[in-house]
Each structure stands twice: as structure tokens, then as C-alpha cells.
Design a protein around this ligand. Structure first.
Ligand code: CIR
Length: 254
């Protein structure tokens, strides 16, 4: 199953994380963010995952968001090219660890793409075009995914949304959590949709890990809606979200 994981990679936040890219314009508090990150690691460990914790890198403030420079699967990994200028060197930073960990590591050679735009569903992978993922990178990524035996489809990220997965997450084989603006598209025609209630769009980046659904704190209506069908665990990411990031961004899972 696509949400069954036994391993993950995370990177500790450096002190410069407070200078990470942010549309909110609000600087997070370093120590609180660090604690949120530690609790996140604990939650994944409690779900049975073995975690590789990489050292912080102060020269790259957003490098705690390891989801963006790579994709990981049980049968291999893909090194991506972040579209954000200040994040370009994160690819070289994570490369040695991926080479040590995976037998097969493919590398995106053309265009750019960030992991936050890549949504894994049960039978295909969606690649959302955004300011961080362009058509050239998306087509090249489709080639690399097919070498790992994954089918993929290129879709549009709603305008003004940072990453495709800022607005959706796959909950199980047939269910996807989406914001109302993404629910209007025809992208998920074959899926049952759960739409985030008014004012709770930030809950759309939930994270299914094994038997549990991790949901960001601060979205009570969404959490209640989801607990009808899923075992929900609430995670604090108030500081992390000041950097436009969510639950999926802080780990690479496989
Ligand atoms: C950025 O703007 O790149 C970071 N501040 C946040 C990245 C969040 N990553 C993700 O959604 N996958």
C-alpha cells in the first residue's frame, strides 16, 4: 500500500530556519519549531518507522523540508531540482545520503520539480505544475518514474498555491482530502473526496502513515470529519506553518 512506510529521512532544523522562505512574512520561533520537529520525529518512530536524522545545514534555511529535493520509494529514489533559487543546493546536500541508502538513484537532468508538488496515489503519481515545478521538469520526471515502474499524470496546481500538496493529501486507496478550490477540478474524478471545511484549508496537507492519519493541530472541524473513517493523531506545526510548510514536507518516507 502506498502509505505503508518502514523508513524515513528527516533533517534537523538549523538556527537559520527562521529565515526560510515565507509568504506569511511571520518569523517562527526557533526553539518551538525545533520542539515541533522533535515531536514529529517521535510520532513517526511511534508508528514503527526507522528514521535517518541528517545534520542541520545553516547555509540552507529551508533544508529541513527534505520532501522537496527528492522522492523516495521502496525500489529507489529520484533526486529532484528545487525551483526556488535559495533551495537549489539542497539537491547536492541530500545526494550522498540517498546514494548510500538506495541501490537505484535517478537524477532529474532537465527543468525543475519539488517533492511538495508530487502526490502519490494508489495507482499513479500526480505531478502538479506550480512556480516550483515546470513542464520540462514534470515531463522529465515522468520518464524517471516510469523507469521505477510508476505511472504518472501532470496536473495543474491551483493559482497562488505554493505546492500541489498544500491543497491535498491521499488518505487511502480511494479517498483524497482536498481544499474546495481543488475539489472543483476534475483531477480526482475516480476518488472519493473529503473537502476541508470553510476556514480550514491548511488542514489539506495531512499525512497518512501506516494505520494512522496525522493531521495538523488547529483544524478541529477537519479532524472531526476525518475521525469518522480514520485513526487521527493531531500534530503541532504552528511554527513550521509560518514557513508555508506542512506535515509531509518534513520527511521523505518509503
Ligand atoms: C519553501 O517555501 O520552500 C519552504 N519555506 C516551505 C516548503 C514546504 N514544503 C512542502 O510543502 N513540501
Amino acid at each position: 500500500m502506498f502509505y505503508e512506510f518502514s523508513r524515513a529521512i528527516v533533517r534537523s532544523p538549523g538556527k537559520t530556519v527562521i529565515n526560510g522562505l515565507s509568504e506569511t512574512g511571520i518569523k517562527p520561533d526557533y526553539l518551538t519549531l525545533k520542539n515541533e520537529h522533535l515531536s514529529y520525529i517521535k510520532s513517526l518512530q511511534n508508528l514503527g518507522l526507522t528514521i535517518d536524522i541528517l545534520e542541520s545545514e545553516d547555509s540552507l534555511p529551508d533544508s529541513v523540508f527534505v520532501e522537496d529535493p527528492a522522492l523516495t520509494f521502496k525500489n529507489g529514489a529520484i533526486l529532484l531540482h528545487p525551483g526556488a533559487h535559495s533551495r537549489k543546493k539542497e539537491r547536492a546536500l541530500i545526494k550522498p545520503h540517498l546514494m548510500e541508502t538506495f541501490d537505484r538513484v535517478h537524477e532529474l537532468k532537465k527543468g525543475y520539480a519539488e517533492g511538495g508538488d508530487i502526490l502519490r496515489l494508489n495507482d499513479e503519481i500526480l505531478i502538479g505544475l506550480s512556480d516550483r515545478t515546470n513542464q520540462l521538469g514534470a515531463v522529465e520526471l515522468q520518464n524517471l518514474l516510469s523507469q521505477l515502474d510508476y505511472q504518472s499524470r501532470i496536473v495543474e496546481t491551483p493559482k497562488g498555491v505554493l505546492h500541489f500538496k498544500s491543497d491535498c493529501s491521499a488518505l487511502d486507496e480511494e479517498t483524497v482530502l482536498v481544499t474546495p478550490r481543488l475539489a472543483k477540478s476534475e483531477i480526482f474524478n475516480n476518488h472519493e473526496l473529503i473537502v476541508t471545511p470553510e476556514g480550514e484549508y491548511g488542514a489539506a496537507n495531512a499525512l497518512r502513515v501506516n494505520e494512522v492519519l496525522l493531521v495538523p493541530n488547529g483544524y478541529p472541524k477537519t479532524a472531526e470529519l476525518l475521525s469518522d473513517k480514520f485513526e487521527v493523531k493531531i500534530i503541532d506545526i504552528f511554527e513550521v506553518s509560518k514557513l508555508d510548510a506542512g506535515l509531509s514536507c518534513m520527511s521523505l518516507r518509503w
